[in-house]
Design a protein around this ligand. Sequence first.
Ligand code: GRG
Length: 308
Amino acid sequence: MARSPVKNLKWNPGTAGNEALPYPDDLVGQVDSYLAELEFGEKEPVMPLTEAMRYSLLAGGKRIRPILLLATGRAYGTPPAAIMPAAAALEMIHTYSLIHDDLPAFDDDALRRGQPSCHVKFGENVAILAGDALFAEAYRLICERLEAAPPVRLSVIEEISVATGVKGVVGGQLIDIMGSACDGDTLEMLHSLKTGRLITACVRCGGLLAGVTAPELTQLSGFAADLGLLFQIKDDILDVVGETAVLGKQAGADLRHKRCTYASLYGLDESMRLAQEYRSRALEALEGLQGDTGDLAGITNYIYERQR
Ligand code: GRG
């Protein structure tokens, strides 16, 4: 068995209080309402496109990424409504990645968010365009609706561009489809890019919009990196032990695709131990921050405990 990727970790009794903190449920409804009200210029010729975009966007994902952004902002006193366009944009980009990931050229998955995948419902060509449009509309939303000083808005755009490009989601996806060697370092690098980098962007954008200092932003990034790996380890565990009906996507897909995952590389027991350690590490990172990080601890606990 490969070595554990978590080095020199000790259980930190200081995180114990944070383990009871709840998920900020109030933000879920706010995100869902905002997404439902978005206008994409629905006119007859583009109706199938906007229908496909809404179909996937409003299908009821967990909204972890926008909530992370809003919770980070709120930790430093920024009201969620003030930064909602950035949060919605990140959910749109995440939805775009799910639509494309489900395509026959990638995972060829027929079920997503408890309903037929976008390409199953609308056809492959429309699904590709729905993803493309969600990506572009996300940037339009930030440019038109996010009220922030131009340099801050530019930093947010840069953050998201980097997180989604070659040094982020797309690069991670390429490494994944190339199916390179399955070892601990490759796995960590793959997931840091494919999943972790977008999660980090959510936290960093929340921090940027709240005007945190550079050292604070660095510490927030450390928290987010651990959270991203926790998210992925849990995702890999759920692929093995979860149920399709609860997950809203096909369980066992990693095995079907012979993917290198935490569960396949380290086994279930060790993966669960790693998840616990990354939760501990993420909660520990929150302790040194200046903001009121209760919501971020609640999100960490939710990601650790989630069943879908
Ligand atoms: C440039 C964003 C972008 C994508 C193009 C297709 C592709 C390249 C990348 C695939 C990235 C991908 C789908 C990674 C998987 C991440 C993951 C585990 C998603 C599941 O997230 P949840 O559980 O889903 O938060 P919900 O449905 O709850 O939002």
